[in-house]
Ligand binder design. Structure first.
Ligand SMILES: NC(=O)c1ccc[n+]([C@@H]2O[C@H](COP(=O)([O-])OP(=O)(O)OC[C@H]3O[C@@H](n4cnc5c(N)ncnc54)[C@H](OP(=O)(O)O)[C@@H]3O)[C@@H](O)[C@H]2O)c1
Length: 333
């Protein structure tokens, strides 16, 4: 039964019904502070467009100030749907390179020095299927290091501020969102993470980069799940999501067929992915949901991959990963 449910959920992640929670449903966010990593492009850009045009203070974290400036021009010139007449918020750049852990502490310190609250953090930045063998500055497999390890470290710095924010914010409004993907269904067996050799340093044959991308997206789910265990009774809602299959810069490393043929048939406009992330941030359902929340396009509660779920519930894979990441990131604190 579980298998059948999972199969139909996966199918509906690829062919979702229309969004029901859209730009006009965002509550007043005046005075609230948001962080979006990778907010200068694709899904993150669409989310920042909505937050800005609804009046939020938006911190856009990324590695290129030029890309940020281009995004600001784009956002200001093209208001989010239905939000043209609302008072605007603000946009600020936070420089960080998730492929280099030494950049995370200074970025976090800069952020903590200028804001006194953090309502929602969307750990959205990501890289997909770079050439096999691509590595971060610290030698992590590039997708693992960028999508998982760096966001984990960033969260270590930001968690105290979100906990403080939660003390006086309305219940369920302070959220930490770890952006995953339907690719989390395709991590390595048995439970989505190759714990014996996460970076595949000792493998005779390197896996396909879609497998390591899938593993990194399982890593995002596991972080969200374990963080929820640690902080849900302290007022932070930690959840994960698949934004949907979207035409963005994420496919920059993909082959011609995927980008131009399959992409045309299966990829949707990035605004819809922004709506999935918006739902994760503001919809009431995730706050009312019992247990862990995994959101699917374009804003519904979905079903985790069954093996990933078994790993979490029966083999404590979330706790195991959390302990590994804590140990590995201690020296960058
Ligand atoms: N598009 C899809 O079909 C899809 C499907 C499922 C899940 N997702 C997930 O959705 C998220 C957003 O993806 P997207 O589709 O919007 O892709 P995108 O257009 O490529 O945006 C990704 C963002 O991440 C940033 N980024 C990458 N590496 C970085 C680094 N080392 N340091 C700082 N920022 C970095 C990129 O900045 P640069 O321009 O500097 O690289 C870019 O702003 C990702 O986590 C992705 O895995 C996307």
């Amino acid at each position: 039964m579980d298998k059948v449910r999972w199969f139909f959920s996966l199918l509906s992640e690829m062919f979702p019904p229309s969004a029901t929670f859209t730009e006009k449903d965002v509550p007043d966010v005046t005075g609230k502070v948001f962080l979006v990593t990778g907010g200068s492009s694709g899904v993150g850009l669409e989310l920042c467009r909505i937050l800005y045009h609804r009046g939020g203070r938006v911190i856009v974290a990324g590695r290129s100030e030029q890309a940020y400036n281009d995004a600001v021009t784009n956002i200001k010139a093209n208001p989010a749907k239905d939000l043209k007449d609302f008072p605007k918020g603000s946009l600020e750049f936070l420089k960080l390179d998730l492929s280099n852990l030494t950049t995370i502490k200074p970025a976090a310190q800069e952020l903590l020095a200028k804001v006194n609250r953090l309502d929602i953090a969307w750990y959205n930045a990501g890289v997909m299927t770079p050439p096999v063998g691509s590595k971060t500055a610290q030698g992590y497999e590039l997708q693992w290091g960028t999508n998982v390890v760096a966001h984990f470290l960033l969260n270590r710095f930001l968690s105290p501020l979100q906990l403080k924010t939660a003390q006086s914010a309305p219940k369920g409004s302070v959220r930490t969102i770890w952006v995953s993907s339907s690719a989390h269904h395709f991590g390595p067996g048995p439970y989505g993470i190759n714990f014996d050799d996460i970076n595949y340093e000792h493998a005779d044959k390197k896996p396909r980069s879609f497998t390591t991308y899938g593993q990194s997206k399982v890593g995002d789910v596991l972080c969200a799940y374990e963080y929820a265990n640690l902080v849900s009774d302290k007022g932070i809602l930690s959840l994960s999501l698949n934004p949907g299959n979207l035409k963005s810069n994420l496919q920059r490393h993909s082959g011609f067929i995927l980008r131009h043929v399959i992409g045309r048939m299966l990829l949707y406009p990035p605004r819809l992915g922004g709506l999935t992330e918006l739902y994760a941030g503001f919809a009431p359902e995730p706050a009312a949901n019992k247990g862990f929340t995994y959101i699917i396009p374009w804003g519904r509660i979905g079903v985790l991959n069954k093996d990933v779920k078994i790993g979490l519930e029966q083999y404590d894979t979330g706790k195991k990963l959390w302990a590994i990441l804590e140990k590995e990131t201690d020296k960058y604190m």
